[in-house]
Design a protein around this ligand. Structure first.
Ligand code: NDP
Ligand code: GDR
Length: 342
């Protein structure tokens, strides 16, 4: 029997890698996409097959995590074996500008989806995209037993989603799990997250199209892994015998300054010649250090990160240098946008 999966956030970084993985395993993949005035499917266009073709296995549906009735209808129609809730307003800095919207999609959106699963009466497994941001001010190393202390509206919304997922597991016996993922990046990472902002700037500076890069707090410590590996961990959580929560992380420990240095050096540049401070990129409350301990995932799921931060930075710089060769003037627009977007 062909397995069927439903993914919210399929147009995002993780959604695109997860869709690829599930299609490669023979799944029929259904994705929730938001109606927008422009196309927003660039990360999954390479997977698209005309739905009129008999072998089409990627099917997209309009909807939104703010629209509970639509979620019930869709789930009843699709009857998925697995639901992956990756949809969210996922930018921490932006969550201070749009706290209510972030609470509605990143927090309440999850209970809308859990309720939709319950109300449609389907026996599906549910994955919740929980985040290391939930640990916030609690010092590293962080694992499944570390207390939460969120430091942003985003982090607080994710804590809510974490607890309702656990509650639906306990209250209704649902196979519902939290993957508590530390930062994971890739050439498909959104352009305003710090790693991609840096690697795009390196490519543009190297090509002589940009000179300066404005940044916020360079002292923040993060544990940056490779997104393509992390979606494998998500899938394994839903194949386990028992529903349990897992941390996925590399265990590495790098500052934003380290990431700058590795990325610029890879392109033969000195970061200090190009990076300037702009307080607009500071957050009202910062998360100083996130370093994960993923030993439970290694022991019970056989999952272990193999790409560590320095290699990841080099992969991303190479990809952005290559992308710039084909981007023309469009690229410059993107760089300019970064300076007011995040
Ligand atoms: P992205 O920001 O790349 O993708 C977010 C996705 O959510 C997009 O597909 C977006 O659609 C969709 N979305 C946003 N708002 C809504 C809404 N109201 N209704 C339906 N869909 C919506 O995030 P990532 O792929 O990086 O992350 C995936 C998930 O994992 C997110 O929940 C994130 O918070 C969480 N996470 C991410 C980590 C990381 O390091 N990447 C670490 C830990 C957790 P659109 O394309 O239309 O904007
Ligand atoms: P984060 O990712 O907040 O960890 O959330 P981000 O890349 O935005 O920031 C990481 C750190 O870099 C510092 N920083 C800057 N950040 C951005 N975006 N732009 C800058 O110019 C800049 N300068 C310094 C930040 O202050 C921060 O300390 C990501 C998201 O994917 C979440 O959805 C996810 O849950 C967590 O990772 C785990």
């Amino acid at each position: 029997m062909t397995k069927r999966a439903f993914i919210t956030g399929i147009t995002g970084q993780d959604g695109s890698y997860l869709a690829e993985l599930l299609l490669s395993k023979g799944y029929e993949v259904h994705g929730l996409i938001r109606r927008a005035s422009t196309f927003n499917t660039s990360r999954i266009d390479h997977l698209y097959v005309d739905p009129h073709e008999p072998n089409a296995k990627l099917l997209l549906h309009y909807g939104d995590l703010s629209d509970g009735a639509r979620l019930v209808t869709l789930l009843a129609e699709i009857q998925p074996d697995e639901v992956y809730n990756l949809g969210a307003q996922s930018h921490v800095r932006v969550s201070f500008d749009e706290p209510e919207h972030t609470g509605d999609t990143t927090g309440v959106g999850s209970i809308r989806l859990l309720e939709a699963v319950r109300m449609s009466g389907i026996a599906t497994k549910y994955y919740q995209a929980s985040s290391s941001e939930m640990f916030g001010a609690t010092p590293p190393p962080q694992n499944e037993d570390t207390p939460f202390y969120p430091r942003s509206p985003y982090g607080a919304a994710k804590v809510y989603s974490y607890w309702v997922t656990k509650n639906y597991r306990e209250a209704y016996g649902m196979f519902a799990v939290n993957g508590i993922l530390f930062n994971h990046e890739s050439p498909r990472r959104g352009e305003t997250f710090v790693t991609r902002k840096i690697t795009r700037a390196v490519a543009a500076i190297k090509a002589g199209k940009q000179d300066l890069l404005y940044m916020g707090n360079l002292d923040a410590v993060r544990d940056w892994g490779y997104a393509a590996e992390y979606v494998e961990g998500m899938w394994r959580m839903l194949q386990a015998d028992e529903p349990e929560d897992f941390v996925l992380a590399t265990g590495g420990n790098y500052t934003v300054r380290d990431f700058l240095e590795i990325s610029f050096e890879h392109a033969g540049l000195n970061w200090e010649d190009h990076v300037r401070f702009d307080e607009r990129y500071l957050r009202p409350t910062e998360v100083d250090a996130l370093v994960g301990d993923a030993s439970k995932a290694q022991e019970k799921l056989g999952w272990k990160a193999t790409v560590h931060t320095p290699e990841l930075a080099r992969i991303m710089v190479d990809a952005d240098i290559e992308a710039l060769k084909h981007a023309g003037n469009h690229w410059i627009d993107g760089v300019d946008l970064d300076s007011w977007k995040n």
